[in-house]
Design a protein around this ligand. Sequence first.
Ligand SMILES: [Zn+2]
Length: 315
Amino acid sequence: MSAELAFNRNIDVDYGVAENIAPGIRRIVAQNPGPYTFLGTNTYLVGDSEVAIIDPGPQDETHLEAIARATRGQRVSHILITHSHRDHCDGARPLQRRLGGEIVAYGPTGTERGAVAPGLGDGFIDSAFQPDVPVTDGDTIKANGFALDVLHMPGHAPDHLCFALIGERTVFTGDHVMGWNTTVIAPPEGNMSAFLNSLDRLSQRYDKVFYPGHGGRIETPRRVVRAYLTHRTWREQTILACIDEGVNTIPRIVARLYGGLDTNLKVAAALSVLAHLQFLTERGIVTPEGAAEGLSAFYVRAASGSESAFSSSPA
Ligand SMILES: [Zn+2]
């Protein structure tokens, strides 16, 4: 197993330009590059006469103007939101005021939102976000000329949806599977057990292309999903190995495993380690000790824990 997943990060973007990426699919990249967003958020326009906008992106006037320009003369039927992180959904209402279209998303989950880390908190989430039309797994969104299946894929966020273009073996994956990096799982917003379960479901489909929320298209979807699963198995094993050597607090595990990482990304790394430790705890393999749970606990092997870590399903 390898530590790193291979991604093609050599992509050029022309911010504000609607690029034809497949028949009936265009992409406009928002100019919000950053450590968590790569070159920016991808906004997809699906359809010809009628158009669904997937992830309007941040509230950025230049980006919203680019979407308005690209859809001139077309009817916007839907504004679809993969999940209520601000870099995906903040533009939804301002865009709707300009172009119309029903805002469609999973809606409130009733679960605890945010990330337990200083400096991260819940600023990246719009926890008050409300769609016009809440949808869930198995629903279909129909417009003139195309239809999309709704897949509820929690893990990165509890309300995360993917949209599968019916008849095209094409899925818009949001941040569930990305084209440039592994997905951040930051508890309680992120949940490792749910994430792996969602990946497993995606690996059982026969799609030919994924269009992620950040980064370029993924042309080998099953391979990438399996690589994501393998990467998580490998990461879990390295965390267990740390604990067995007495490196058993999150800061020490992060220092050991992510020594070279930039301070900014170390927060995400700490949350990812926490997500793994919670998943190991759920299965009775490790136990948190000490006064506090979460980031300040230390972890030991559970007395009754089974040796086996999770393994992704074959094929
Ligand atoms: Zn996100």
